[in-house]
Design a binder for this molecule. Structure first.
Ligand SMILES: Cc1cc2nc3c(=O)[nH]c(=O)nc-3n(C[C@H](O)[C@H](O)[C@H](O)COP(=O)(O)O)c2cc1C
Length: 447
């Protein structure tokens, strides 16, 4: 299964907008990506100024497309993810694949890397899944990392201290560079698996293969000790330097603000494998696709944690307004007053970057900000239903937090109806309806 298979499906569903105007990789393509962000179509830029390559973007930019890509309905989406996390399947390693149609020397100036925002340091690769094996050969890891293009054969890689960072530190301690493959234009299930918080030691390619119902194949790289999806569009092969670092950034991260600049390792790109007519995949930093890919796996963690403290979880939304990362709305059926606050505590424990959370009753649509605000307006009393926790570890991406230590203040809002007051006080007033008036209303609405 490949990105192309999915694009074929999206064409059939009429969800691809073909952009035929010649556009530049510097700001023009990202500007259009931003215009069509949030519920927008897949974008296929057919003419890229200065390059004979197409650029595709916004592939997994909506929940609906994520479900279509995985062949699952919204109700069973989290279950598909948890099943894949619990039962990963080793993909078959094949000797050849479309990703190896061309094997070539490195010249990064040949690729249409995008420069997204005004103060960005320059072109960045934003859709790469990075595979590495530990130097002792025992652990494989796959994760998504932004890559700053430094020159014709060097990149800077942003490593948040997690699994790839750990593998790099292990290599550094052994005095070795760390071999990596950086694959672009993969089936988005691979991106979703790579941004899943599975345990150290579990390989996210195995998770992706389970998500794709054994549809993933891998090939060995040509220049480094690493593997990559056999149907990827483009694979950069490189080594994360044990000794060379640069100041990375400025760059806009998931919140839509400029991340702080830090010293980050340099990747020496040593070879390229690709499809002959490869399509370059762009991904808008802070766009809906970025937020969904990062947030969705954490919604699953929140769901699982909250399910331990109340009998029924109805929905979880790491909202786009909260950057898919900092704000959650959770709807539950509570049994007694006080359950709401336990839900908030469970959510904060499940997703340490979570900053503000709102818990609501099942009649509130967690995906509708107006509905959530209505619940806060009519069911919440700050003197009783608010939790504030100071000096707790949060996200370094939040400009209002201490971005060095990650310390922040968290707030939980219990906007569930108090069970001590009569239910009818909180009833949402309805207007009686019938078939004929519904038909009239529908017709008027469609005008
Ligand atoms: C589009 C996108 C960009 C990301 N960029 C980075 C990044 O630059 N650095 C980073 O450490 N994590 C980044 N992440 C998050 C990691 O890929 C994610 O947390 C992953 O689960 C980490 O993998 P690990 O559990 O194997 O450590 C990004 C995620 C997405 C979806």
């Amino acid at each position: 299964m490949s990105l192309r298979d999915l694009l074929g499906l999206m064409e059939k569903r009429k969800e691809v907008l073909h952009v035929k105007d010649p556009l530049s990789t510097s700001f023009e393509i990202p500007f259009v990506m931003k215009k069509f962000d949030k519920e927008g179509p897949v974008l296929l830029f057919e003419k890229v100024k200065g390059f004979d390559v197409k650029v595709v973007a916004n592939v997994f930019g909506t929940r609906r497309r994520i479900c279509a890509g995985l062949g699952v309905d919204q109700e069973r989406l989290y279950q598909r993810l948890t099943e894949a996390w619990a039962s990963p399947m080793k993909p078959k390693i094949v000797s050849d694949g479309p990703a190896k149609e061309v094997v070539e020397k490195v010249d990064l100036s040949k690729f249409p890397f995008l420069t997204h925002f005004e103060r960005d340091a320059g072109p960045y690769i934003t859709s790469a899944v990075v595979y590495a094996k530990s130097v002792d050969g025992k652990v494989d890891n796959v994760s998504v990392h932004r890559l700053q293009v430094l020159d014709r054969n060097h990149l800077a890689i942003r490593l948040v201290p997690r699994h790839l960072f750990k593998l790099w530190r292990m290599a550094k301690k052994a005095g070795k560079n760390l071999d990596v493959s950086m694959s672009l234009g993969v089936h988005p299930a691979v991106l979703l698996a790579a941004s899943s918080p599975v345990a150290f030691g579990a390989c996210e390619f195995d998770v992706a293969n389970a998500l794709m119902r054994n549809g993933l194949r891998l090939v060995e790289c040509e220049h480094v000790n690493a593997c990559a999806p056999a149907e990827a569009e483009l694979v950069l092969e490189g080594r994360i330097s044990a000794s060379k670092e640069v100041v990375e950034g400025p760059f806009v991260d998931v919140t839509g603000t400029y991340d702080v600049q830090r010293s980050q390792p340099v990747v020496n790109v040593v070879g390229v494998i690709r499809r002959r007519d490869y399509v370059y995949e762009g991904l808008l930093p802070s766009g809906a696709e970025h937020r969904l890919l990062m947030g969705l796996p954490h919604e699953v963690l929140i769901w699982e944690s909250v399910a331990k403290v109340v009998p029924k979880v109805c929905a979880v939304n790491l909202s786009l307004g909260g950057s898919g990362w900092l704000h959650a709305v959770i709807s539950v059926e509570k049994q007694v007053d006080g359950d709401g606050k336990n839900v908030l505590l469970a959510a904060f424990a499940a997703h340490p970057s979570l900053k503000h959370a709102v818990v609501v009753d099942p009649d509130i649509d967690v995906f509708d900000p107006c509905d959530v605000e209505w619940a806060i307006a009519t069911r919440f009393q700050a003197g009783e239903d608010l939790i504030v926790v100071k000096n707790v570890r949060g996200s370094t991406l939040d400009s209002s937090a201490d971005q060095e230590t990650g310390l922040t203040t968290k707030m939980g809002i219990d906007a569930t109806r108090p069970l001590t007051k009569p239910e009818e006080k909180f009833e949402r007033a309805k207007i009686p309806t019938g078939k004929s008036i519904e038909t009239v209303a529908r017709r008027l609405h469609s005008l």
